[in-house]
Design a protein around this ligand. Structure first.
Ligand code: PLP
Length: 431
């Protein structure tokens, strides 16, 4: 066997496609990160990247922020996991209950995937119904329902689900119903038709980078109430990012169940789920064996004091004066500059997003759901993303979101837009 030489070669040998599942890169772009600081990354081979992925949005404060590092370091000598309620997890639970109108009680886990999975399990147990409804193109984590109809290439007619991954069974026998985001009429018709078997509707309140149409979330709330169906908000992305109180605060709609993750942990592994006290009661272990609707939840690392200390420090930073004004101003600036660059190169595109999030869609008119947001020229989109990566922007070349953080500045956005402009000049000549 040949001895692998560079870190990238070793990564290609150790990981399928040289990746831990984050995104797919051609082998010549494989890289291995050594460190992060603010909005920049350094790789093992000495390259520097401007980071617009930010740990898939988990590092909203910025890499290696000393306040988060101090919080973690000061907990470390006192233990890293007890798999039981500790002072940090208790303080964090109390803060989540304070900031979220939906959460009367919470539990911690270690990822957003677990958090949405538990919301759905709780909803099925509470209602005694087996089906759940989700929106086409939304992502709710790597579990079966989370990826069903995530990126159907030939989308079936609503409400039929597309597995979007091999090895998935959630869609069998209509276990997952699928509706178009922002289409309240079609969604309401599906909810009404299946109400007697429908446990919950789960929604990303801002789906990927698509904002909810005026009245869509409030309308969902009403239709769910009218049909006795639970409403779950997946706030894994929107939580603490669109507002301190997340989508619940921003859009003024209160779900029955809510899932958190990503930004909450300040870059440390975390997930949390919570909701109405009568629903959350089902997880009480003193009901195990005694009640048919007892819901199993367990997470070895959920609520560990390192993640919870980081989260408490992160929330304290986010409560600071002007934080959300800064995140929104930066996001507005980035999206406006991106629009300007795309237009000046004659690219037919829309720049989506809100708050510190942005995404390019190569479409002529403003999209409102999965189907209308699909690139008209996917090969060109992929080329643009890979070329940006090659030029030193760390981003997900599958073309999903660009994540900003408190460590980004308008100068970093200008640098990104300069690279975007160079990229467009190159790829459009080649095209
Ligand atoms: C909206 C949404 N929900 C859930 C998840 C899953 O979170 P995790 O990767 O922490 O399991 C993600 C991850 O990208 C997400 O974007």
């Amino acid at each position: 066997m040949l001895l692998a030489s560079t870190a990238a070669d070793r990564s290609l040998a150790a990981f399928p496609a040289g990746s831990n599942g984050e995104f797919n890169l051609p082998p010549e772009l494989a890289t291995v990160i050594r460190s992060g600081q603010g909005c920049r990354l350094k790789t093992a081979d000495g390259r520097e990247f401007l980071d617009f992925s930010m740990g898939w949005g988990s590092v909203l404060i910025g890499h290696a922020d000393p306040r988060i590092a101090r919080a973690v370091a000061s907990q470390l000598p006192f233990g890293s996991n007890f798999a039981y309620v500790n002072e940090s997890s208790l303080a964090l639970a109390e803060e989540l209950i304070r900031l979220s109108p939906a959460c009367e009680a919470v539990r911690f886990c270690a990822s957003g995937t677990e958090a949405t999975m538990y919301c759905l399990r709780l909803a099925r147990a509470f209602t005694g119904r087996r089906r759940v409804l989700r929106f086409e193109g939304a992502y709710h984590g790597a579990h079966d329902v989370g990826v069903t109809s995530l990126f159907p290439h030939q989308p079936p007619a609503f409400p039929t689900a597309d597995p979007s991954s091999a090895g998935i069974t959630a869609h069998h026998e209509g276990g997952v119903l699928v509706a178009p985001f922002n289409d309240l009429e079609t969604t309401a018709e599906i909810i009404e038709r299946y109400a007697s078997e429908l446990a919950a509707v789960i929604v990303e309140p801002l789906q990927r980078c698509l904002p909810p149409a005026a009245g869509f979330l409030a309308g969902l709330r009403e239709v769910c109430d009218a049909n006795d169906v639970l409403l779950a908000f997946d706030e894994v992305v929107t939580g603490f990012r669109l507002a301190y109180g997340g989508a619940q605060e921003k859009y003024g709609v209160v779900p029955d169940l809510v899932a958190y993750g990503k930004a909450l942990g300040g870059g440390m592994p975390i997930g949390a789920f919570g909701g109405r006290a009568d629903i959350m009661e089902l997880v009480r272990e003193d009901r195990l064996g005694a009640e048919d609707d007892y819901v199993w939840t367990a997470s070895t690392l959920g609520g560990n004091p390192l993640s919870c200390s980081a989260a408490l420090a992160c929330l304290e930073i986010l409560r600071g004066d002007g934080v959300y004004e800064q995140l929104y101003a930066l996001g507005d600036y980035l999206r406006q500059q991106m629009r300007h660059m795309l237009k000046s190169h004659g690219v037919t595109a829309q720049v989506l997003g809100d708050g510190p999030l942005a995404q390019i869609a190569l479409v002529a008119s403003e999209p409102h759901d999965y189907r209308t947001s699909q690139h008209k020229t996917p090969k060109l989109a992929r080329k643009i993303m890979l070329e940006l990566f090659r030029r030193g922007v760390f981003l997900n070349p599958m073309g999903t979101k660009l994540y900003l953080s408190l460590a980004h500045t308008s100068a970093a956005c200008d640098e990104f837009c300069g690279l975007l402009s160079d990229t467009l000049a190159d790829v459009l000549v080649d095209d």
